[in-house]
Each structure stands twice: as C-alpha cells, then as structure tokens.
Write a protein that binds this ligand. Structure first.
Ligand code: SF4
Length: 250
C-alpha cells in the first residue's frame, strides 16, 4: 500500500490503475453483493451508482437497495428516452424505496449550440451522445471518486475483457455483475419479484434512446439493436479513457 501511495503521488494515473488492479485481485470470485458492499465501504460518501433503468437495471438497483437505499444513483435523461423508461424508473424507485436517485440532462447551452433542432442523432450520433450522455455524466460524477456500473462481459464483444475494478476518467469504476449472464439475471429478477422493463417483452433486450434503439432478432447480440446499421457500439460513457483524460470538444 505504501508503494501504491507513492505511485499515486508521483503519477495519479498509474496510482489509480494500480488501485484498480489491486482491488480486482482482492475481490476476485466474491459475490456481486459482497463486491458492492466492499466498494460502498471503501469509498463511503464518495461513490455513486449510474443506472439507465434499462432492461437489466433492476438487479443491481435491488442489491444496492439492500445495503443503502440512500446511495446516490445517477440517471441520465438524454431527452430522447422512451417514455416507458421514465415510467420504469419511477416504478423501481417506488418499489425499492430508493431515495438517492438524481436525474441529470444535457446542458442547455450545448443543446442550443450544437443540437438546436434536437435532430443531431440523425447526422452525427457521436456528437449527440457527447452532449446528451458523456458530458452530463462527467458533470454528475465529478463529486465522486468511484462509481458502480451494471455492465456484463457477455453483453458484447467490446465488454469481454471487463475487469472488476477499472481506472477511467480519474475515477474507479466497479463492475460487480461482470460475470453474470442472461439466465442468471432473469433468475435473480424473478426470485426477487422485480418488475421487468416493459419494452423487453416487445423485443428490446437492450434499451437506450428511442431513435437509436431497434428490436433485436433471435440469435442476434443483445445490443445489436443499438445504433443499428452503424459501426457505433457504445455511447462513449464506457469507452476506456485513461485516468485524467479531459472529455474532448465536439
Ligand atoms: S443514443 Fe442516439 S439519441 Fe441518444 S444521445 Fe446517443 S445519438 Fe443521441
């Protein structure tokens, strides 16, 4: 730990990366609940959960609610979400007794400057995600040293090497469900009687913004409906950024 502290002092990026590696090794093989509890203890008062209130979100939200119903939970309302997602957020907040959910949205000046008509998604999805997701999340996360994500390795090829703890953007990101698969998620949700997102039954196993989310056909990757027809696979908030990277302009 002395070496870690020294490394952090000499090079914050290296120090944070060392911290993530150490935590990943220390908590390897533990249950998701134990990992969440350890992270909440380690970063007490300096950690938040980021939730899309999407298809799988109920599992992580229920685990967090079991430990601390007042944990800060960041929800990004891009202004382009399905109305069903907003209703699902409200239903889960009520069902789980969550008291720390805060909704963040895009900056009004960014929208006026870059997307005054609200149609940027049609011509430049990266720029649209930048002002509606990446920048608002950076602002929302700025008070925290760590955050919890619900990503899982099985979801997409871009996520197969997900570590338990990672250093990104000057913060520690925790992925307690990284090893979970579809069957385990569904079994947990059913055992806990957690309501499903209403769009899942309509053919949407992964749910983002309405203009950029399509139904998925049998046999397709669960995220195949996200930005269908485009090379884009991630909105940008989960792209690896070396610790301390400044989010670029558009
Ligand atoms: S997912 Fe689509 S609508 Fe949502 S922020 Fe990204 S480009 Fe814009």
């Amino acid at each position: 730990m002395v070496l870690d502290a020294l490394g952090l002092a000499l090079d914050p990026d290296q120090g944070l990366a060392s911290e993530a590696r150490l935590l990943s090794a220390r908590h390897e093989g533990e249950t998701a609940e134990a990992i969440i509890a350890a992270a909440l203890d380690l970063y007490a008062g300096r950690i938040a959960l980021v939730s899309s209130f999407g298809a799988d979100s109920a599992v992580l939200l229920a685990m967090v609610a079991d430990i601390d119903r007042s944990l800060p939970i960041i929800f990004l309302d891009t202004g382009k979400l399905f109305p069903a997602t907003l209703a699902y957020r409200d239903a889960l907040v009520e069902a789980l007794g969550l008291t720390g959910v805060v909704t963040h949205g895009p900056d009004a000046n960014d929208q006026a400057d870059v997307d005054p008509a609200g149609a940027l998604w049609m011509t430049d999805t990266d720029a649209c995600c930048e002002i509606r997701k990446v920048r608002p999340l950076a602002v929302a996360l700025s008070p925290y040293a760590a955050w919890i994500s619900g990503r899982k390795r099985y979801q997409a090829e871009t996520r197969v090497n997900l570590p338990l703890f990672e250093a990104t953007g000057g913060q520690i990101k925790v992925n307690p469900l990284l090893g979970w698969d579809r069957a385990r998620i569904d079994a947990y949700r059913e055992a806990r009687h957690l309501p499903p997102h209403p769009l899942v039954a309509l053919g949407y196993p992964s749910i983002g913004c309405l203009p950029c989310t399509d139904k998925v056909k049998p046999g397709e990757d669960e995220r195949a409906g996200r930005w269908r027809g485009k090379a884009k696979t991630e909105c940008g908030i989960h792209l690896s950024q070396p610790s301390g990277t400044v989010i670029p302009g558009i």
